[in-house]
Design a protein around this ligand. Structure first.
Ligand SMILES: [Zn+2]
Length: 475
């Protein structure tokens, strides 16, 4: 329990007893994202072990906290770590190789899937570590993987080293598209994969990394797999995510094969709920929005990817209506063109203003909620992360304001969304551990990883047999 002391200082409820902390950061502007969304100027934050021990005005904390290390935080704005709701951990090595002008089906099946399959387990580990590094260096402290990891053990090992928090799932799809495939065997195999990963990497006892039964989604999962995955998620206190309706193909397929739109079909199966998040959700109608709200399912939107892929999110997307209906919207970076959550955050704040010619849609503070507390809520982790409050895990970011894009500092929320990006992230703590310090990752050798990634990317793209396409001659 906590209580308010003095000028809105939160401290544990043992009153006058001094707080002994490992680290005390003083003098910062702190955007707490707590229940009242308080922004503390000349603030301070104390960490003990893996948790926030105290947060409030500097003068109050300096009186009541004794810390082994005191950091002068006057040049920093502190926010909770960002939560990336949809990231493909093992796609980064082919970033830049994929042509832009592909329709969705061609992109996925002719390019992305064969390139994924060209990665060795070791190369998947390199990709995942580089993606985790990109996230940490731009202020993301927790992620939800997209369910496209083939070599789960290699990826777990590679990512665990970085110190990031996240949920990962092994590639699971089961639909037998050709008559010579055994549908029952395919579903059984997928369910075994999901169950085995939950047992191997459980989320209990506060592990930073754990497995969830993540589905590829679209039309690749049978009703039996959906039901089985939901049951497993419920039994293990986990969540599910799945891709759905980035293009018209998904609604068209569901209408042709089930007579219902995707969300209607999933609602009828009984597999939607607060631990289920559907990714993209561009081609969704208002009846589906109502069903999402009714069932408590979450929506993950990736505006950067939607824009690049020409999904039509600003033309037909009902995201403002989803937010108005009370649906929790979180943001993701999706493919690895960017791992910086501050880019989709800015796009989310801007795209619908422009599309609807209404500058009141998704103000900066709502976009910041989507990238922090909403993500924590949709992942079932809002008791631990997503805001800076006493007792929560110490997952937070120091944004360096000694940079042109942060000057002059008048409103930190507007700066975070409209002016800054992840390149001003100076330091990052995850679970009480300083994993980025003065623009450098403390847990891994960045230069060694860059060399490994370059060599692996050249090997994978060479091996794939796919052409390297560039509009201009490369000499
Ligand atoms: Zn995706």
């Amino acid at each position: 329990m906590t209580k308010l002391v003095g000028q809105g200082v939160l401290q544990p409820d043992f009153d006058a007893s001094p707080i002994s902390a490992d680290t005390l950061i003083v003098g910062s502007t702190i955007v707490t994202m707590d229940g009242q969304r308080r922004i503390i100027t000349d603030g301070a934050l104390a960490i003990t072990g893996d948790r926030i021990a105290a947060i409030g005005k500097r003068a109050e904390l300096e009186r009541m906290v004794t810390a082994r290390e005191v950091i002068d935080g006057r040049r920093f704005v502190i926010t909770p770590g960002f939560v990336n709701g949809h990231v493909h951990l093992t796609e980064i090595l082919i970033k830049g190789f994929l042509p832009e002008n592909l329709d969705f089906e061609e992109g996925v099946w002719r390019w992305v899937t064969p390139l994924y399959e060209s990665h060795s387990p070791q190369e998947q580990g390199i990709a995942a570590r580089l993606t985790a590094l990109g996230m940490l260096r731009s202020g993301t402290t927790c992620f939800l993987e997209a369910g496209t990891v083939l070599a789960l053990d290699a990826v777990f090992e590679a990512v665990a080293e970085t110190g990031i928090r996240g949920r990962v799932g092994e590639w699971a799809m089961d639909r037998a598209f050709s008559p010579d495939q055994d549908q029952t065997a395919s579903t059984d195999r997928a369910l075994k994969i999901l169950e085995a990963e939950l047992i191997r990497y459980p989320g209990r006892d506060g592990q930073l990394l754990a497995a969830w039964p993540l589905l590829i989604g679209h039309n690749t999962n049978t009703d039996a797999l959906w039901r089985g995955a939901k049951q497993l998620a419920d039994d293990h206190g986990a969540g599910i995510s799945a891709h759905m309706s980035p293009a018209v193909d998904d609604p068209n397929w569901y209408l042709a094969n089930t007579g219902k739109r995707p969300v209607e079909h999933l609602a009828e199966l009984g597999v939607l709920g607060p631990n289920v998040s559907l990714t993209h959700m561009v081609h969704v109608d208002s009846a589906e929005v109502a069903l999402l709200a009714e069932t408590g399912a979450n929506v993950i939107h990736c505006p950067w990817a939607a824009m690049k892929g020409g999904y039509g999110s600003t033309a037909v997307g009902l995201f403002p209506e989803m937010a108005a209906a009370g649906i929790t919207i979180m943001l993701g970076t999706d493919g690895s063109d960017t791992t910086d959550m501050m880019r989709p955050m800015a796009l989310m704040a801007g795209l619908f203003k422009d599309a609807r010619r209404d500058a009141s849609i998704f103000p900066a503070h709502l976009a910041l909620e989507m990238a922090t507390i909403n993500g924590a809520k949709a992942m079932g982790l809002s008791d631990r992360i997503g805001s800076l409050e006493v007792g929560k895990k110490a997952d937070f970011v120091l944004h360096d304001t000694d940079r042109p894009e942060w000057k002059p500092l008048l409103n930190p929320v507007n700066h975070l969304v409209w002016s800054a990006d992840g390149r001003a992230v100076h330091s990052v703590w995850v679970n009480g551990r300083r994993v980025v310090d003065n623009y450098r990752c403390t847990t891994i050798d960045e230069e060694a990883l860059y060399s490994e990634a370059q060599a692996a990317a050249e090997a994978i793209t060479g091996r794939s047999g796919l052409p390297s396409i560039c509009a201009w001659p490369v000499l």
